[in-house]
Design a binder for this molecule. Structure first.
Ligand SMILES: Cc1cc2nc3c(=O)[nH]c(=O)nc-3n(C[C@H](O)[C@H](O)[C@H](O)COP(=O)(O)OP(=O)(O)OC[C@H]3O[C@@H](n4cnc5c(N)ncnc54)[C@H](O)[C@@H]3O)c2cc1C
Length: 430
């Protein structure tokens, strides 16, 4: 390995978490390489942004590009009950007036490519078609960690690159968390999803042109998303228990999807007469978290740290915000020349608290006795808190009062917060 192969930071994965972390590190004046196994643009599900991504997008320097893009403007979320009744939409600007109350519905192929190109423009060494196959730790002392990653390129060649810190942003592959056996699943959120896209399906107009619709179906713990995208395309997906949608279910993914659509008249009538333009894809979307967010010389961000049920569209927000938290901890650790788990992961508790606020609301949504209209009839004073959560203001607003009222309104006996374990001092893999 030559000196030119050494970086302050190497990031594995070029999704929103990886691009954001790498860009913030480069903005802090440190050398950083990002290794992405695919060639962009590549397909990703996860198209609806939360308004609070505004602040990360601003810090990344891409707000101008977003404003000039063809992505539909999202200003609200609207929920539909089991019986198909539409609740009044939650308009973000009623709680948060100003530019940050509007966000976008994105094609992730384009959006992720834009973030990756922005990273490169800001000084990140971006390498695509470069799969990290191993992470090699060297040295037992927390303050002198050296890490190398082994990379296999699509042309068949292999190389080792060295760095002081490795950031795992490999998404649900969770490269390091799997290797170090850090993943903890959530047995109450073993969901799966079937999704596709339509051209020419129903779209709202005016202020509702880019609204996300969340439609509960007659089946327990099962709901559809309906997300308008550019070029008259709509993303439609159903999320439900793995046991019911996948296990012991006959039929192709298309047949399962069609059967679920038939049970949700509000979706069925909206896609009538439109053209389905993608095969139905299937994903397990089990929620999980890692027992550690950092070790000596490494940090986890985005889905590589944890994944939460997609009902509130929190994934990209947590990927970008987690990238900010991680980059700030890493820059401080490099300044102090202290690459210990404690210093690299000092944002862990604060970050996880925000994730847990969303997770509690996910539990509420799936509990038998919850519905938004009923909750707000009983606790009208909590409306702004609720909208703040839907906006993603979990790090800037105190939403504990909302979560307490939620506890009072519906029983969430299975809810157990995830925790980050204290690092054991001294060993590299801690
Ligand atoms: C059904 C479903 C619906 C969702 N809907 C929404 C939504 O509406 N809104 C929302 O905000 N979120 C949504 N999400 C969540 C969102 O998709 C993720 O949270 C988000 O993509 C996480 O970003 P990331 O950068 O951590 O990971 P990713 O976007 O997955 O990026 C990880 C990258 O790492 C690369 N990689 C993996 N392994 C390696 C390796 N060994 N070497 C090099 N590169 C590697 C991959 O190729 C990939 O490009 C949804 C998720 C699901 C499953």
């Amino acid at each position: 390995m030559t000196e030119s192969d050494r970086y302050d930071v190497i990031v594995i994965g070029g999704g929103p978490a990886g691009s954001a972390t790498a860009t913030f590190i480069a903005q802090g004046g440190r050398s950083v390489a990002l290794l992405e196994r695919e060639r962009f643009p590549r397909f990703r599900i996860g198209e609806s942004l939360m308004p609070a991504t505004y602040w990360s997008l601003e810090r990344l320097g891409v707000l101008g590009k977003m404003r000039c893009s063809h992505f539909p403007h999202k200003r609200s979320v609207q929920f539909f009950s089991k019986s198909g009744r539409a609740a009044v939409p939650f308009y973000f600007s009623e709680t948060e007036p100003g530019p940050s109350s509007q966000t976008w519905q994105v094609d992730r192929g384009e959006f992720d490519q834009m973030l990756l190109e922005n990273a490169r423009a800001q000084g990140v060494d971006v390498c695509q078609e470069a799969r990290v196959t191993d992470v090699l730790f060297d040295g037992e002392r927390a303050r002198a960690v050296a890490v190398a990653v082994r990379v296999r390129f699509n042309d068949g060649s292999e190389r080792e690159l060295g760095s002081r810190v490795v950031v795992d942003a490999s998404g649900q592959s969770a490269f390091l968390a799997r290797r170090l056996k850090l993943k903890q699943g959530d047995p109450n959120l073993m969901q799966s999803s079937f999704f596709t896209r339509y051209r020419g399906a129903w779209r709202g107009g005016g202020i509702d042109e880019g609204a996300t619709l969340i439609l509960y179906t007659a089946e327990p713990r099962t709901w559809f998303w309906y997300i308008p995208l550019p070029d008259d395309i709509v993303s439609v997906g159903v999320v439900g228990p793995l046991d019911r949608l996948v296990k012991g279910r006959d039929g192709t993914p298309q047949q399962v999807f069609d059967q679920e659509v038939a049970k949700c008249s509000a979706v069925h009538e909206r896609i009538q007469g439109s053209e389905q333009i993608q095969d139905v894809r299937v994903l397990k979307d089990f929620s999980y978290s890692s027992r550690r967010i950092a070790g000596n010389g490494w940090v986890l961000v985005g889905d590589a740290f944890g994944f939460l049920d997609p009902i509130y569209s929190s994934g990209v927000f947590l990927a970008l915000k987690g990238g900010e938290f991680a980059a700030d901890s890493i820059l401080a650790a490099l300044r102090q020349n202290d690459l210990s788990a404690a210093t690299l992961g000092r944002h862990g508790e604060q970050f996880l608290a925000g994730v847990e606020a969303f997770r509690k609301l996910v539990y509420a949504y799936y509990s038998e006795d919850f519905n938004f209209a009923g909750f707000l009839r009983r606790f009208p004073e909590r409306k702004d808190d609720l909208v703040n959560l839907l906006i993603g203001n979990v790090y800037t607003k105190d939403v504990t009062g909302l979560l307490e009222s939620m506890d009072e309104f519906c029983q969430l006996p299975e809810y157990q917060p995830f925790r980050i374990e204290e690092p054991l001092p001294g060993t590299v893999k801690d």
